[in-house]
Every structure is written in structure tokens, then in C-alpha cells.
Design a protein. Structure first.
Length: 278
């Protein structure tokens, strides 16, 4: 059963997350979302990424600086026209949040690289599925993309105002990146995370998990395969044993949660509330 789930997962995720096979759809992207003209190359991997940027509704009419959320799989974050199986609706969610209580964020979405998504989103190799080049991707975010964003937009660049959030393999690389660079990313959202990909993630967490100021929100659905919940609980137990503060971690298990954007969309605001106290 486990191998069957993994086979199905790997077989569909390139289509699901890349958006390459999305049929012609009407764009739902809000007017305060744009794609940067500049494409960013991860030279070590010879891949380029388009970058989507969501700016707060009041960005142009203020001089304020804003917290920043870095997210992966940008094709599926803002626009139904580029998504494969529905979008997260990040722009609509945050625009509504602004209307409700004035809370504002910048969101930087990095498009995935399609057939190299496994390589970029996995820090360790899997004997069957390969991957393991995630360090190049995370280093690119920290050393090239974030400095560009902080220079060209009004950001709050410190770790307590910088989050990294992703789902599935995107959750895996978010978790890894936050632990590798806790002075850059002070907040992590790990949704439906593929901890099964390599057991080395547990050793990494054991060696690098004792961070007093890092906050992590874990999300897992009981309809995402039989390993999702126990793998996530095992990871949390590993972190706890390092001395990671329990008050800085939260795990939400959703009985009906499935491995899709509709699930992640429904939990996004609650994640922000834990990480940023909105």
C-alpha cells in the first residue's frame, strides 16, 4: 500500500504542481499580483525560475515595510489559469484579510521547474526517485532571490518577519530551508510534507533542530496516505528531543484532509495566525 501511494504520488506530482498541462482557463489573478520581468537562474542546476510577487493592496499608497512569505509552486498559488488542479487563492485570501483587519504581507512565489522539481525540492536523495539537490535551491533563495526582493521592495528583512511555506515536497524543502537558515527564515509552514522521501531528514532535524526563536506550523491530512500523520508526528518528536520549544510548534491533523490545493487553501489563514499572530 505504501509503495502504491508513493508511485501514484510521484507519477502525478509533476503534472499537478507544474501546471504545464493546465487546460485553457480564465485568469483569477488579482491586480496586485505580478510576475517579475527578470527570470532567476539557479546556475548550479541550469534552471530558471519566474517569480510572482503579491503586494498588499495599500502598498503604492504607503511607505510602510512589510513581512515577507516565500512560497514554492507559484503556478498554483494565485491564478486558476496556470494551476493544474485549482489554486491556493493566496491573493484573494490576503486581500480579504486586509479588508477585515488591515494585516498586510508581501508574498514571493517561485515557479517550480517542472521535471526538475524533485531535484530542487529534496535535500536528500531517494534511492528510487533520485533528487537530493535542494541545497542549491535553498542557497539560491537565501543568497540571490531574497537580497533582490529586499532591495527592490519595502520589506522587513529580519527572520521574525520572514516565512517560508510549502506543501508536499515544497513542505519538505521549506522545513529543511528553515532549519538550515534560521537567521533568515524565522517561520515555517510545512503542509502535507513528504518526510517519507528520505529518512535523512530526521537525522538533519536531530542535529539542527534546537532553535529557540523558530516557529513551525505542520499540517497533515488523514486522507493523504497512511504515512503522512505518523511521519509528521515522528519528525515533531525528533524536534522536541533536541529542545525545540513546544510552544513554537503546532501540528494540525485534519481527518478529511486530502493532498490538494483545496486543503492547503483552507488552512492558510490559520497558519498565518499561528506564525504571525494575525
Amino acid at each position: 500500500m505504501k509503495e502504491r501511494f508513493r508511485f501514484v504520488f510521484i507519477s502525478v506530482f509533476i503534472l499537478h504542481f507544474s501546471g504545464l498541462h493546465a487546460q485553457e482557463k480564465v485568469s483569477t489573478k488579482a491586480s496586485n499580483v505580478s510576475i517579475l520581468e527578470k527570470e532567476f537562474e539557479v546556475k548550479s542546476l541550469e534552471v530558471s525560475h519566474k517569480i510572482w510577487v503579491y503586494l498588499p493592496p495599500n502598498y503604492e499608497n504607503s511607505s510602510k515595510k512589510f513581512p515577507v512569505i516565500y512560497m514554492h509552486d507559484a503556478q498554483n498559488l494565485f491564478d486558476n489559469a496556470t494551476s493544474y488542479a485549482g489554486e491556493w487563492g493566496i491573493d484573494e485570501t490576503l486581500n480579504n484579510l486586509f479588508k477585515k483587519n488591515g494585516k498586510e504581507f508581501i508574498v514571493v512565489g517561485i515557479e517550480n521547474s517542472g521535471d526538475q522539481r524533485i531535484d530542487e525540492y529534496t535535500p536528500f536523495k531517494n534511492e528510487k526517485y533520485g533528487g537530493g539537490k535542494g541545497d542549491f535551491y535553498i542557497d539560491f533563495l537565501v543568497k540571490e532571490l531574497k537580497p533582490y526582493i529586499d532591495t527592490n521592495f519595502r520589506t522587513k528583512p529580519d527572520a521574525k518577519n520572514t516565512a517560508i511555506i510549502g506543501s508536499s515536497l515544497g513542505g519538505l524543502i521549506s522545513f529543511y530551508g528553515g532549519l538550515k537558515y534560521p537567521k533568515v527564515f524565522g517561520k515555517i509552514g510545512a503542509f502535507s510534507t513528504s518526510f517519507w522521501f528520505s529518512d535523512e531528514i530526521y537525522s538533519f532535524a536531530k542535529e539542527n533542530g534546537n532553535h529557540k526563536n523558530l516557529k513551525i506550523y505542520f499540517l497533515a491530512g488523514e486522507k493523504e496516505g497512511e504515512e503522512m500523520v505518523p511521519d509528521t508526528e515522528k519528525l515533531i518528536k525528533t524536534l522536541s528531543e533536541t529542545g525545540f520549544p513546544s510552544k513554537n510548534m503546532k501540528l494540525k491533523i485534519v481527518p478529511e484532509g486530502k493532498h490538494n490545493e483545496a486543503f492547503w487553501k483552507s488552512e492558510f489563514l490559520e497558519t498565518l495566525n499561528f506564525l504571525f499572530k494575525i
